[in-house]
Design a binder for this molecule. Structure first.
Ligand code: PLP
Length: 358
């Protein structure tokens, strides 16, 4: 087998080995079709079965009732920053919580779309190292937008805010399928697949029916959620291969891991291994406030920034890659999404101990 490294990349990121192996085994002949899925029509029975299965698995894993639709859209989470206000604002003010880089970008797009955009809470005062508790809810908002996991700063909502009748809209790009949550307060959830759900090229959008009624008729076809919901994401050619890999990842969570509760337990255990070690010594220092720490992206600093290069180079020699912090904030970051095993995290902690000793 190929020599594989331990991959802590923030996104695109590690995929379960079993998923890669299945994709490899089906590459030349997808389920007896005599061709690769890459070469198969998106209107063929084999692909439609993949798409249906991805939708059903998403429904089961997240416990979505019939009022939700699962859509697959291109353009990344970044395109959702604009599609959300274009489709859902209905000319009303829109509310955002600013918890970091991605939230800031979402706010910028809402403003470009011409909506009155209110930042109802922010943690900018402390470099986005925490999740704000006090949110100035407005009952007249079209929606309240939050970012469930802040990939760059390493913070994560533990409990989602209760905005009453105002639907929550959430960017879950970096923690969807990592834990159980109650979907009912959410009017729309979106997630670029390339962190925790599959490869780049597809974004999952989960939307509640009452929000589909808001979609303005005059929007260009490809920017309307209804184009995707009315055509089962098959209005035009979808990113078939990306959806196929997502389906395999979801199957892995359901059938190999044993569901979302089990997945969440494993993720808690992985994060605890790292944070407990960081808290037990004073060479490394965590950057997120403890009550806001992410279980997906663990951000930390060395005693001196000059040591970072050496840390990263030594890590690569030990087969540990992707530990550099985001270019905008520096420091180090271990992204420990679903596909990262407990063993891999233990190896990282051992490496950190040895590096600190040296
Ligand atoms: C990576 C990321 C994005 C950007 O995703 P693209 O698919 O590259 O547009 C947006 N939000 C969050 C939380 C992310 O982690």
């Amino acid at each position: 087998m190929a020599q594989r490294v331990i991959n802590f990349n923030p996104g695109p990121s590690a995929l379960p080995l079993a998923v890669l192996e299945q994709a490899k085994s089906e590459m030349l002949d997808f389920q007896g079709t005599g061709m690769s899925l890459l070469e198969t029509s998106h209107r063929s029975k084999p692909f439609e079965a993949v798409l249906d299965s991805a939708i059903q698995r998403t429904r089961r894993l997240l416990g979505l009732d019939e009022s939700y639709q699962v859509l697959f859209i291109q353009g990344g989470a970044s395109m959702q920053f604009a599609m959300v206000p274009m489709n859902l604002a209905e000319g009303k003010p829109v509310d955002y919580v600013n918890t970091g880089t991605w939230a800031t970008k979402a706010i910028k797009e809402a403003r470009i779309c011409g909506n009155e955009t209110r930042v109802v809470a922010t943690s900018e005062d402390a470099q986005f190292t925490y999740i704000p508790e006090k949110i100035d809810f407005n009952a007249d908002a079209a929606y309240l937008h939050i970012t469930s996991n802040n990939t760059i700063r390493g913070t994560q909502w533990r409990n989602f805010p209760d905005a009453g009748a105002v639907p929550l809209v959430c960017d879950m790009s970096s923690d969807i399928f990592s834990r159980r949550f109650d979907p009912r307060p959410f009017g729309l959830i979106y997630a670029g697949a390339q962190k925790n759900a599959g490869p780049a090229g597809v974004t999952m959008v989960i939307i509640r029916e009452d929000l589909l009624k808001r979609v303005p008729k005059e929007l260009p076809t490809m920017f309307k959620y209804t184009t995707y919901s009315d055509n089962r994401s098959l209005y035009n050619t979808p990113p078939c291969f990306s959806i196929y890999i997502c389906e395999l990842v979801l199957k892995w969570i359901e059938e190999t891991v044993g569901g979302l509760d089990r997945m969440e337990k494993i993720n808690e255990e992985k994060a605890a291994l790292l944070y407990n070690y960081i808290d037990s010594q004073d060479f490394y220092r965590g950057t997120a406030r403890p009550d806001s720490r992410s279980r997906m992206n663990v951000t930390f600093l060395l005693p001196e920034a000059e040591l970072e290069k050496e840390f990263l180079a030594t890590a690569v020699e030990a087969g540990l890659v992707g530990l550099k912090g985001h270019r905008s904030v520096g420091g180090l970051r271990a992204s420990i999404y679903n596909a990262t095993t407990i063993e891999s995290v233990k190896t990282l902690v051992d490496f950190m101990k040895q590096f600190a000793k040296r």
